[in-house]
Structures are given as structure tokens and as C-alpha cells.
Design a protein around this ligand. Structure first.
Ligand SMILES: Nc1ncnc2c1ncn2[C@@H]1O[C@H](COP(=O)(O)OP(=O)(O)OP(=O)(O)O)[C@@H](O)[C@H]1O
Ligand SMILES: [Mg+2]
Length: 381
């Protein structure tokens, strides 16, 4: 098999290196190879349909998506080496407390949430940005906010040569295309997204992810934006209405294979190996997501029944319970705000849920006690 691009020699800091310029999409794959993937393709599509149905069966999809996006943000940022916990993310967002994780770690995850929410809103707006490089740049801008991103040219396509692995381009595992080629490569991919193509959409999404990672258009965050692109394309091509499928967990668990499959596309033209790997990931992550969806739904139903049956239940406690899925970490001041009640009422409502073993205290911060809807958080993790 042949490489899916050509090498050009560029000079970086006085050193000559061979940078890889990928061919433009669509990927060249034979009918025979494609029909060899028929089974995996059907499995992946079936799993997505099941996830779609699981999503529709949940009465309030919003809190569900809310939790899923945060989980994905966490996993996606973990690949990059960020260490924050889901508890800390919720604490940060609602209580302005950082908990135990480093604040930069939490910020990075919060940025990811912000970026993906922004993209979905744009795609839904009648006059919002379409799926485009401009949209991805805007996502990148949001992703790179804060201390760590500041020197990574937030929202901008790189204008210098980068490399993957190794301390300098000469020793790199892979050298992406020279900056001069990047804009046109991205432009060609964007045009292809909006063109008719006989290839199945999942194959197109898989190919787009590789192409994006090969172009490596940003100084940093290419992995996270490239994974976000998968989610956005799934929505764009109506494979999944809601942002419920994320591959980060799969790509992280299989990181060595993931990297070597990307390499095999570039160097050996092995598209079908990548497609198979990708489709298996879609199947397994879609099934997991559907299971988590129904487990969360059941947990909330069970606890609601228990609460309603309890002689201790008050109106405020029941109202507070209904807020928990979007606020699984709470504190007294937050409850005051959420329910618009007095401090004593908030304290009482918290007490009822604590007595019913729905929430538990999770360590004091300098200011207020924090409580967590633990079973819910555990189901999500
Ligand atoms: N050794 C490798 N071989 C092939 N591709 C690689 C290799 N290392 C990294 N990559 C690709 O580059 C991406 C990382 O690029 P970058 O650091 O710009 O993104 P990130 O979002 O900061 O990181 P991450 O993907 O690790 O969260 C990976 O997700 C992968 O797609
Ligand atoms: Mg990085």
C-alpha cells in the first residue's frame, strides 16, 4: 500500500525536515474494501439508532446531555494529561469552588464544555455558523482560554511548522504539513463536508478525523478539536440528534492502536484498518452511552419514588431533588438560589435529602459544606 500524501522538505531552525502533505479527501478505498466493512458499519449504525431511541425515551433529555458533555470534557482533557474530577467540575461551575483539583485543570475542562456548547448552538441557530473551519476556530478560541492556552494562538490556524513526538522536528514521529499548505488543505476538507458523496456518513466522519489530525492546524488542542469534530459531524449528518456519543474514552483506552492506525493511513494508505477501528469504537461507545442513559434514568426514578414515599419529604426537598441531575453537587447558598428560598428552608431541604441517603457531604471547603448526589455521579462515571 502507498502513502496517502507526499513529503515536502521544509527548513525549521536551520534543519531540513520532511513534512507530510496529505492528499485531499475523499479517501481512496475500493468497493471490495468497503464491502468488507459492511458488518461493522451496520453494527455502528444500529448502536447509534439504539442510542437515539434511549435518548428519546428519557423525559428530560437536557440534564442528561448536560451531564454527558461534562463527562466527555473530562475524558477528552484527560488525554492531554489534565487531572480533574467530575465532582470538581460541578463544584467549579455551580459553587465557584475548585475542590481538590488544580484550577488550571478544571478551567481546561470547563473550556471544553463551553466550546462544544457554543458549537451546537451555532449549528442550531438559523443564521449561526455552519460546520466550517471558522466554527472550529471559534471552538479553539474557547478551548484555549486561560493560563495554559494563552501562548497557543487561541482561535488561530498555525503559521509555523509543528511536529508530533520528539524534542525537535528532526526526531519527530510525524511532521504535519508546512504552514503554507494548511489553509488550502482545511478549505478542501470543508468543501467536501458540504458536497454530496456516496460514502456512508460514518466513513466520511472517520476520514475527516484522520485528515484533521494529519493537518494538525493548531499549535495545541488538535486532539480535542478533532474529537469534537466527530460529535459535530454526527449531528450535522443526522446520525444522532443530541450530543450523546463521544469517542474519547475509547481512543484513550486504545491510545497506542489509535496512534498507529493514524500512522498507517498516512504511511501505508491503510484506510480500512482505521475505519474498522473507528466503527468498533462507535458501536461500543454508543452502547455504553445508551446503557448509562437508562441507568441514570432508573436511578433518578428509584430515588424519586423513595423520597415521595418518605414521611420526611417536604415540598422544598422534592423540588431540590428535581434540580439534582443538573446540579449533582450542591451547597446551601446554591440551594437558596436554585429554589429561591430562605437559608433555613434550604438547610432543611438538604437535611431531608441527606436523611434519605440521596445526597452526602463531600468534604468542606473554606466556606460552605458541599453535598453530592453520589449514586448519580457513580453511575455517570
Ligand atoms: N505518536 C502519535 N502518532 C500519531 N498521532 C499522534 C501521535 N501523538 C499524537 N497524535 C495525534 O495528535 C493529537 C494530539 O494533538 P494536540 O496535542 O495538538 O491535541 P490535544 O487536544 O492538546 O491533545 P490530546 O489529543 O492528547 O488530548 C492526538 O489526539 C492524536 O490525534
Ligand atoms: Mg496538546
Amino acid at each position: 500500500m502507498k502513502p496517502t500524501g507526499k513529503y515536502v522538505t521544509t527548513s525549521v531552525a536551520g534543519e531540513n525536515v520532511k513534512a507530510f502533505v496529505p492528499n485531499s479527501l475523499p479517501p481512496k478505498i475500493s468497493k471490495k474494501e468497503l464491502s468488507g466493512l459492511e458488518h461493522q458499519l451496520q453494527e455502528a449504525e444500529l448502536a447509534l439508532t439504539k442510542l437515539q431511541i434511549a435518548g428519546q425515551m428519557i423525559p428530560s433529555i437536557d440534564w442528561f446531555i448536560y451531564a454527558f458533555i461534562r463527562k466527555e470534557a473530562l475524558l477528552s482533557s484527560e488525554i492531554e494529561g489534565t487531572q480533574a474530577t467530575l465532582t470538581d467540575i460541578f463544584s467549579y461551575e455551580h459553587l465557584n469552588q475548585s475542590g481538590d483539583s488544580a484550577i488550571e485543570d478544571i478551567e481546561e475542562v470547563a473550556n471544553y464544555v463551553n466550546a462544544i456548547n457554543y458549537a451546537f448552538k451555532e449549528l442550531e441557530k438559523p443564521r449561526g455558523l455552519p460546520l466550517s473551519i471558522r466554527l472550529l476556530n471559534q471552538c479553539h478560541l474557547r478551548l484555549m482560554q486561560g493560563v495554559r492556552g494563552a501562548n497557543k494562538q487561541p482561535g488561530e490556524i498555525r503559521t509555523s511548522q509543528n511536529w508530533i513526538g520528539g524534542s525537535r522536528p528532526g526526531t519527530a514521529t510525524f511532521v504535519p504539513p508546512p504552514p503554507l499548505n494548511v489553509q488550502s488543505l482545511l478549505g478542501e476538507m470543508e468543501a467536501w463536508w458540504h458536497k454530496e458523496d456516496a460514502l456512508p456518513p460514518l466513513i466520511r466522519i472517520a476520514a475527516s478525523h484522520v485528515q484533521f489530525e494529519t493537518i494538525h492546524p493548531y499549535l495545541d488542542g488538535n486532539g480535542r478539536i478533532g474529537r469534537m469534530l466527530i460529535t459535530l459531524l454526527l449531528a450535522q449528518w443526522d446520525l444522532l440528534d443530541n450530543p450523546l456519543l463521544y469517542l474519547s474514552h475509547y481512543l484513550k483506552q486504545n491510545q497506542t492502536e489509535y496512534y498507529s492506525r493514524l500512522g498507517a493511513v498516512r504511511l501505508e494508505g491503510n484506510w480500512s484498518g482505521w475505519f474498522e477501528f473507528f466503527l468498533n469504537g462507535v458501536s461500543s461507545m454508543a452502547s455504553d452511552a445508551a446503557d448509562t442513559a437508562s441507568a441514570l434514568h432508573q436511578q433518578v426514578n428509584k430515588d424519586r419514588k423513595m423520597l415521595h414515599a418518605s414521611s420526611k419529604a417536604t415540598v422544598s426537598a422534592i423540588q431540590l431533588f428535581e434540580k439534582l441531575p443538573e446540579n449533582p453537587i450542591i451547597s446551601m447558598p446554591l440551594v437558596v438560589r436554585l429554589l429561591d428560598v430562605t437559608k433555613p428552608t434550604a438547610i432543611k431541604a438538604i437535611g431531608v435529602l441527606e436523611n434519605c441517603h440521596i445526597i452526602e457531604e463531600v468534604g468542606k471547603s473554606r466556606r460552605d459544606k458541599r453535598y453530592r448526589y453520589t449514586k448519580y455521579m457513580e453511575t455517570l462515571q
